[in-house]
Design a protein around this ligand. Structure first.
Ligand code: CA
Length: 230
C-alpha cells in the first residue's frame, strides 16, 4: 500500500552519501531520462509526497536490469505516480507485461495518464486493491514462478509479506528488487526506534540470512536490495 502515510519525511529520493556536487556530476554523465519521465517527475515534485518517487538514476538502473535479464513479465508493489512502472514498461518488449499493485486511485490516475502518453498502457495491468490480496490472487491463479522481475516499494512494515509472496511468484533466476532499504541512513542509527526503521532493519537482517536468494544491497538512491531467486 502506498498512500498518504508519513514515511515521506525520512525517505531519500537521491542517491545517499554523495556530495551534492558529485551527485550532480553522476546525474550529468549517467542519466538519460526520456522527456516524458522528466515531465512526470516535475509534476510529481509538486505533490506533498513527492519523495516517494524513485530517483532517476535508480529508474535507469532498473530499466537496465530489466533489459539485461530479458524480462517479459514483471510485478510492481507500490505504484505511486508511476515513475518506476513507466520506466520498466518502456524497457519491456512489446509483448511484455507488468502487473502493478496499489491502493491509491488519485496517484495512480497520474500514472495511468503517463502510461497512456508513452503508449505502454497495454503492457500494464493495474490492480487497485491491497497488494497482498492481489499477490494471493495471482498465486491462486497458478502464476507462481511465472514472473521474471518484482519491484517492492510500498508500506515498509509489510515488506516481509510482500517479499515472501514475490519469492513465490518469481521464477528461479528471477530478481526481486526492494526499495528504501537504507532508509535515509536511519537503519544504521541504533537510537532510531521508529517502527518503520525497525521494520526495514528486521527485513534487511532476514534477507541477509535467507539462503533461498543470492543477495546484493546496492547503495543507489535510498538503497536497493537485489535478491535473485535460486
Ligand atoms: Ca521508494
Amino acid at each position: 500500500m502506498v498512500g498518504k502515510c508519513p514515511e515521506v519525511v525520512v525517505m531519500s529520493n537521491k542517491t545517499l552519501g554523495l556530495s551534492p556536487q558529485l551527485h550532480d556530476y553522476l546525474i550529468s554523465v549517467s542519466v538519460r531520462e526520456p522527456e516524458l519521465l522528466t515531465q512526470l517527475r516535475e509534476e510529481t515534485a509538486k505533490l506533498p509526497m513527492s519523495q516517494m518517487q524513485i530517483a532517476p538514476e535508480q529508474g535507469q538502473f532498473m530499466a537496465l536490469l530489466v533489459q539485461l535479464m530479458g524480462v517479459t513479465k514483471a510485478l510492481e508493489v507500490g505504484v505511486f505516480t508511476g515513475y518506476s512502472s513507466l520506466i520498466v514498461a518502456l524497457a519491456l518488449p512489446k509483448n511484455g507485461k507488468l502487473v502493478a499493485c496499489d491502493v491509491d486511485e488519485d496517484y495512480t490516475s497520474i500514472a495511468r495518464r503517463y502510461w497512456e502518453k508513452a503508449g505502454v498502457s497495454e503492457k500494464i495491468d493495474l490492480h487497485l486493491a491491497p497488494a497482498l490480496e492481489t499477490l494471493d490472487r495471482l498465486l491462486e491463479d497458478g502464476q507462481a514462478e511465472t514472473f521474471d522481475f518484482a519491484f517492492i516499494d510500498a508500506d515498509k512494515r509489510s515488506y516481509p509479506n510482500y517479499y515472501e509472496k514475490s519469492l513465490q511468484l518469481v521464477r528461479p533466476g528471477g530478481l526481486i528488487a526492494v526499495d528504501n532499504v537504507l532508509w535515509s541512513g536511519q537503519v544504521a542509527d541504533p537510537e532510531d526506534m521508529d517502527k518503520r526503521t525497525e521494520a526495514i532493519r528486521e527485513f534487511n537482517q532476514k534477507i541477509h540470512e535467507d539462503d533461498r536468494v543470492t543477495l546484493s544491497l546496492v547503495p543507489i538512491a535510498d538503497g536497493l536490495t537485489l535478491a535473485l531467486k535460486r
